[in-house]
Design a protein around this ligand. Sequence first.
Ligand SMILES: C[S@@+](CC[C@H](N)C(=O)[O-])C[C@H]1O[C@@H](n2cnc3c(N)ncnc32)[C@H](O)[C@@H]1O
Length: 475
Amino acid sequence: MENKRRRLEEAFARYMPLIEEPQAFWQCVFEPLQPCLWVNPLKTTLEAFHAYCREHGILLEPISWYPGAFRVPGLERPGATLPFVAGWYYVQEEIAMAAVVALDPQPGERIVDLCAAPGGKTAQIALRVRPNGMVVANEAAMERLSGLRTTVDRLGLLNVVVTWGDGRRLPLPEGVWDRVLVDAPCTGEGTVRKMKQGWRPVHREFRQYCSALQRALLRRALQLVKPGGIVVYSTCTFAPEENELVLDAVLGDYGVVEPFSVAGLRSAPGIRQWMGKELRSDVVNACRFWPHLNNTGGFFLARIRRTDVPMPPLGKVSCPGRAPLQPAQRLDGIAWLCERFGLEPELFAAYRYWMRGREKLWMAIPEVEPPVELPPESVGIALLSYKREHVKPKTFALQLFGKSIRRNVVELPEEQAAIRFVSGQSQNVLTDVEPGFVHVRYREFELGCGLYARGQLHSQIPRSLHTMIADHAGV
Ligand SMILES: C[S@@+](CC[C@H](N)C(=O)[O-])C[C@H]1O[C@@H](n2cnc3c(N)ncnc32)[C@H](O)[C@@H]1O
């Protein structure tokens, strides 16, 4: 602890002249962060969530400036509960929610999230642009794509296209998007309260690398957004080199930082001077959220309005050699789903279906147009897969339609059975369902796909969720 304190004091000494109440800052950074979450209206209601928390003795402190979001002190592993698996909520650092408040997405808009994994802000945006808007959620790190995909699936977001590409050179049409979010990779100083294993000082070279990357990402966002559209630039670091200096270097005549504030959220203005360098005047409209101001992590954001000054285009860029997703020709799997689970075919009429190759069928709202220039990883959520003549339903699709399913449902009798199921284990069950794929429910939780054979229920819950609940403490 002494070491951590000393290292932090050295690393953050340069910020002390910027902080009005340094003592409050120091007191705050050594306290752990409280977990926060927001409730997903696509999978549950606030009433049902409150009822669950009351029953389980979970204290909820509403976050005044973000309707439907709560601090959950005492809930140590919010990712290890049945409502989490059922997609009832998303766990997100409180202050990170502010970036989408600044972006202010509107219904029907088409928005790019340039650095999207693991997808918290993508999900916030997707919910706000409903019923007919869409989000392109892009991520450069292949190993982080599955986390992003799981967020989209678990929350049931039918208006998100996931792409894999370098945000600096993303081959999307320029000047047409309503809003673009650049939640940039950074040195992460603002996450200091999360770091259990101690604080490592940021190397100068890494800071320089981040700063160059951030400039290129912001430049690309300004190329993509339409004139008059909004770009939000955010980081979870304090460093002016990654914040105001990035704005100063890139904005030129192409964008103006607008004032942004939310009632109930305190922030410090962007700074006009750093290390003897004078910066453009509108950077004062940016917001720096020191941890002690709202008892959160640290964060920086700027809400930028694009002017109509043309930017030099990026020019021709190549994209990864992914085969494009095509409108699905084979829809017999939907008829099978309706028959097997007693679902009304009309439920599926409102969507469009996409396939790559012959295996997986994706389902999205009709307004989603996958970009042709950048073949996406996914469009909406996976509904089912075909294995020769067999159809396998996907867990998250069954969750989404769960309340309408009337046939071949296994209702688990007790919580331990539900925990076994979502942990990926097989178990004996007493049921009169037909052998084959079933939908599994525990009380009000639509849990997803199982395979029932010879008295045994085999879990088909994706592996990505098993670890979250495996040592579930009985929440
Ligand atoms: C701060 S995180 C994004 C968090 C995310 N917006 C959320 O709310 O869940 C930054 C992300 O940018 C990704 N990244 C790094 N370099 C990138 C690049 N050149 N283009 C796009 N994404 C990049 C990182 O892998 C990381 O997932």
